[in-house]
Design a protein around this ligand. Structure first.
Ligand SMILES: C[S@@+](CC[C@H](N)C(=O)[O-])C[C@H]1O[C@@H](n2cnc3c(N)ncnc32)[C@H](O)[C@@H]1O
Length: 235
């Protein structure tokens, strides 16, 4: 099956009109096109309004980590390779990134990765409550202009949705190099009564979060990267 890069406006929608992603198109390399054609039917999932059966998707029952906005997939592939006892579900709207991750999965022969194409918020709505061991939101689009803050993925209603899908004690881990967004994220996460701040503020950089292009660029530009690690309250 060949998939062309979608116009984000055409990503299947449940009616929400404010998107957290930029409309963008991208060219795919031959390697990416080949990976998509060969591997999509085994590892891919189109986001729809159907509920998602995680055990059927991965072919086993293991803790599931959701990687929101996986970009080119480097973090997902590296973390999944280092953590074979957990399953990694990446969700992204950008087809070249999805194809790149499929290529990485194939090259490293990773059985514990699946890739969803579409809006993460729609995917999460279709997951059972309490079904995720962790949600990663690494370098989300910062939407720096005040009039675009409503597009940010970390905002109270989205956080409530993400947190509801975590198991009690499950982790919501966000990272950003945008200082003002980092503060806003912290306030938003702190304000959620069901979340507990593991480090009581910004977390030390966890070794398990791989360094990606976004972090390298931030370091070169002298922008510190902030990690926020919260847990869903245990009942
Ligand atoms: C700035 S990039 C960071 C990529 C990656 N996490 C990394 O650290 O390299 C943010 C990514 O999130 C994706 N994204 C934003 N909102 C999304 C959503 N609602 N559903 C799926 N992907 C989304 C964008 O397409 C983009 O690729």
């Amino acid at each position: 099956m060949t998939i062309t890069d979608p116009d984000p406006a055409a990503v299947p929608s449940t009616g929400r009109t404010i998107r957290t992603f930029h409309p963008r198109r991208g060219r795919m390399s031959g390697r990416q096109t080949d990976a998509l054609d060969r591997l999509w039917s085994s590892y891919g999932l189109d986001v729809s309004d159907e509920p998602v059966d995680l055990a059927a998707l991965f072919g086993r029952r293991a803790p599931v980590v959701l990687e929101i906005g996986s970009g080119m997939g480097d973090s997902t592939a590296a973390m999944a390779a280092a953590d074979p006892d957990r399953d990694y579900l990446a969700v992204e709207v950008h087809t070249p990134g999805i194809a790149n991750l499929l290529d990485l999965v194939d090259r490293a022969d990773l059985g514990n990765v699946r890739v969803a194409r579409g809006d993460a918020l729609e995917l999460v709505s279709g997951l059972p409550e309490g079904s995720l061991a962790a949600v990663h939101v690494f370098f989300p689009d910062p939407w720096p202009k005040a009039r675009h803050h409503k597009r940010r993925i970390i905002q109270p209603s989205h956080v409530a949705l993400l947190r509801s899908r975590l198991t009690p004690g499950g982790v919501l881990h966000c990272a950003t190099d945008w200082a003002e967004y980092a503060e806003a994220m912290r306030e938003t996460l702190d304000a959620d009564p069901e979340l507990v701040d593991v480090y009581g503020g910004f977390a030390p950089r966890p070794a398990h979060r791989p360094v990606t292009k976004f972090e390298r660029r931030a370091i070169t530009a002298g922008r510190p990267v902030a990690d926020l690690i919260f847990r869903r309250r245990q009942r």
